[in-house]
Design a protein around this ligand. Structure first.
Ligand SMILES: [Zn+2]
Length: 206
């Protein structure tokens, strides 16, 4: 990776580092050998590290009952969570009592900057072009995947990291590279859909 290059996330030219998207900590060890990395400036990469850490802890709770991989992630992240009292309080405030166990709702909104970066990273990886820094993806969070979601992900050059841990897909319009749609799913448990339709000439019917 050349040291001075364009940051895939913000478009700045300068010193770049290797950024893992999603963060490495979202995967149980041993890590999958096909983690996604992009070049990112120190501002983008380092500026997100606390959020990355927090997301991996929240994720480990959300997916711990989901699969073998989810159980492994939880087992490996639980100590880090237990040692962070503020985070622990926040987690406890988010749980709701379910029928046979506590349910935990992932607070999606605070992790939007991370999801934006993941979609930018996927876009670059797929098309080898930096997604226009002035455009943002509209994000929708889905706690349950339905067949429509699965159909969508199949249309969007689907890929996966590890087994049963992270699924992704991204596509764009041939006539407008900034018009893009993507979908990511963590452990098959929840998904985030990102769509950007640049507002140029829209003729929406009401
Ligand atoms: Zn940057």
């Amino acid at each position: 990776m050349p040291k001075n290059s364009q940051c895939v996330l913000c478009g700045a030219i300068g010193e770049v580092t290797k950024d893992y998207l999603p963060p490495k900590s979202c995967f149980p060890s041993p890590k999958p050998n096909n983690l996604i990395t992009v070049r990112a400036c120190k501002n983008c990469n380092g500026g997100r590290s606390l959020l990355d850490h927090k997301f991996s802890l929240f994720l480990s709770i959300a997916v711990h009952g989901q699969s073998l991989e989810g159980k492994r992630l939880w087992a490996q992240r639980a100590t880090a969570l237990a040692s962070n009292k503020a985070l622990m309080r926040e987690v406890l405030s988010l749980r709701t009592e379910g029928e046979d166990c506590y349910r935990f709702s992932l607070d999606f909104v605070q992790f939007k900057p991370l999801f934006q970066d993941i979609f930018r990273g996927l876009y670059f990886r797929e098309f080898r072009e930096v997604y226009p820094p002035d455009k943002i993806f509209d994000l929708t969070f889905k706690e349950k995947l339905d067949s429509w979601d699965l159909d969508l992900i199949r249309c969007l050059s689907p890929g996966a990291v590890g087994s049963n841990t992270f699924f992704h897909g991204i596509g764009r319009a041939a006539e407008d590279p900034a018009a893009a749609a993507g979908m990511i799913s963590f452990y098959g448990k929840f998904a985030v859909i990102g769509v950007c339709v640049p507002s140029r000439h829209s003729n929406q019917s009401t």
